[in-house]
Ligand binder design. Sequence first.
Ligand code: LLP
Length: 437
Amino acid sequence: HGTSRVNDLGHLEIGHVDSVDLKEQFGTPLYVYDVALIRERANDFVQAFKKRGIKAQVAYASKAFSCVAMVQLAKELDLSLDVVSGGELHTALVAGFPVEKIHFHGNNKSPFEIDMAVEAGIGCFVVDNFWEIELLKEAAKKYKRKVSVLLRITPGVEAHTHEYISTGQEDSKFGFDLISGQAEEAILKVNDGEAFDMLGFHCHIGSQIFETTGFVMTVEKVFSYLAEWKSKLGYTPQVLNLGGGFGIRYIEGDTPLPVSHYIDATIDAVEAQSTKLGIEIPEIWIEPGRSLVGDAGTTLYTVGSEKEIPEVRHYLSVDGGMTDNLRPALYQAKYEAMIANRSHDTKQETYSIAGKCCESGDMLIWDIALPFAKAGDILAVSCTGAYGYSMANNYNRIPRPAVVFVENGQSTLVVKRETYKDIVQLDLQLNGNSLEK
Ligand code: LLP
């Protein structure tokens, strides 16, 4: 997919760069992003709205993969940016992202993070709870500026997806509850014409969604409340943000829809509800993460040891694992892989791919057919672009990999590989002194 293909040497090429050269130049494990594919995905979303003549903002949910270069690419692609922490906000500011297009999420933004964002003058806060409203009021006073907000509501729609990543159901830590009247109370607090500019509402029903039903149900549910609030409070939103969650194909059997199907179904529902209930069509905002960067990312590993238990299993270990991709261990996520330096070889063996961490659960892939592999081969795992590097960690004090962007035969290092020096950088000695330089 994307610009990935096998060249005449039988090597995997991404962005017209040979993976064998990438390994040689940058080492492994290595995150490789196909920039042309990110451009294509972003364009799909933007065009889907344009085609329908709907005012929209497409924000990149930077939690999927954030670094300065990625934020700069999002800027180049004219996207807005969703950040969920002071760290992601700082990255955006350092990258020179237009502040007015930054949206700040999170269910427990600290007073410090709120001050930082208000001072920077970001585009809007996605307000999650009553405490945040109080903090924002104080910050608005302190910095003498009005704060634009969306209220995050919990639509009570549960997307058909993994339990840990569903956020739309009623029993959720996120947002204002509709049933108990919290949302209405929040509107009254925020729509005061003083500290706040109340733009509208936000909801997000989950991630890795393959159907349009959840989005349509959400629109219907939210509009029924909009009708109530219009008649009761005289409030009509200018913006409705429907979150992210558009699925991608990790393995055969995953059946995501083309982007335009999700958007068309959603807009159809918005138009139908708006006509039915006499509510002006708001701007529609979305915030995809996975579907913008997920399938653009490939991780290259070097094969090391193997262990064959006759009739049982053939383990093949690579030089990374749950430190650079936590998703298999955390969500039992499935991936496809290939031997990138000998793709022409016909498949001959069923392997289970192990990571190098001291933990039995550190398995990247169970039972995958590959050509016979040996130490030094390159294993490429595809579709690791979302929630891979962003959830990478230093378990076992393993340094995090480097990240490279490839496009048109050019490779650009965008995140350096961590070093052992980095690993002990924050450590102090037992006596409290810094380490010798
Ligand atoms: N907006 C909100 C409010 C979200 O909570 C999320 C994801 C997104 C947008 C972007 O969703 P996406 O388009 O990427 O599905 N670590 C998990 C995914 C956690 C998603 C959290 N929220 C994973 O690796 O599958």
